[in-house]
Ligand binder design. Structure first.
Ligand SMILES: Cc1ncc(COP(=O)(O)OP(=O)(O)O)c(N)n1
Ligand SMILES: Cc1nc(C(=O)O)sc1CCOP(=O)(O)O
Ligand SMILES: [Mg+2]
Length: 214
């Protein structure tokens, strides 16, 4: 499965300076984002469903993949392309049974062992983090600031693509890609930017720079 994910936006409404998540996603699309994940932790199922339908329409119009964080039921309800799962979410195999062979299923990992297990379970890509310090999410001790060395180890271990996540911006994205990531996933670099479209473009350029210098 060839999933475009050089620049991967993970949404978070409460880190978007009061701007609607729809407007952030529209700007990211204008800036050339490759894939969008709806991640709205403290909202009801109904709110996620309504926002999910809006983001599905925007991403469909832009012809880019749309993934829902955590919730297989909401992914199915809004006709998303897939779901992103972590340790507290449904197993990859269960999501696969519900969403089908064509669905994009991402899995969070922070060690080579967990990466191998997720690949065996049928994940299509891995989100690996937290690469650098972040205050967007409380990351467990041992999974914080794993660095680009762990990105390199995991990239060597699995055949599926990986994206780095956590504290990534246009100044350090090149390093993440040079370590072996297919791309970078970000929340605040885009959602909290003065100009989310320009921030997406700069991130994209940093990723491209990595590809040409590897
Ligand atoms: C691309 C990507 N990578 C990792 C995560 C983290 O997922 P998870 O561990 O399930 O934590 P929450 O995001 O649910 O808090 C992600 N969402 N996206
Ligand atoms: C959602 C998420 N998952 C992480 C992980 O390590 O699995 S770090 C993270 C937050 C990323 O936010 P920012 O780009 O603002 O640092
Ligand atoms: Mg999760």
């Amino acid at each position: 499965m060839n999933i475009p994910m050089r620049t991967y936006l993970v949404t978070q409404g409460d880190r978007s300076r009061g701007r609607g998540t729809g407007s952030i996603v529209r700007a990211a699309i204008e800036g050339g984002v490759d894939i969008v994940q709806m991640r709205e932790k403290h909202t009801s199922a109904r709110e996620r469903y309504e926002l999910g339908k809006e983001l599905r329409a925007l991403t469909r119009e832009a012809d880019i993949p749309f993934v829902v964080n955590d919730r297989v039921d909401i992914a199915a309800a809004v006709d998303a392309d897939g779901v992103h799962l972590g340790d507290d979410d449904l197993p990859v195999s269960v999501a696969r049974d519900h969403l089908g062979e064509e669905a994009i299923i991402g899995r969070s990992v922070s060690t080579p062992e967990a990466a191998s297990e997720a690949e065996r379970a049928g994940a299509d890509y891995l989100g690996v983090g937290a690469v650098f310090a972040t205050d967007t999410k409380d990351v467990n001790e041992g999974e914080a600031e794993i660095g680009t060395e762990t990105i390199a180890e995991i990239a060597e271990t699995v055949d599926i693509p990986i994206v780095g996540i956590g504290g990534i911006n246009a100044d350090n994205a090149t390093e993440v890609v040079n370590a072996g990531a297919a791309g970078v996933a970000v929340v605040t670099t885009i959602t909290d930017a003065d100009d989310p479209a320009a921030a997406t473009q700069q991130l994209r350029q940093a990723v491209e720079n990595g590809r040409t210098t590897v």
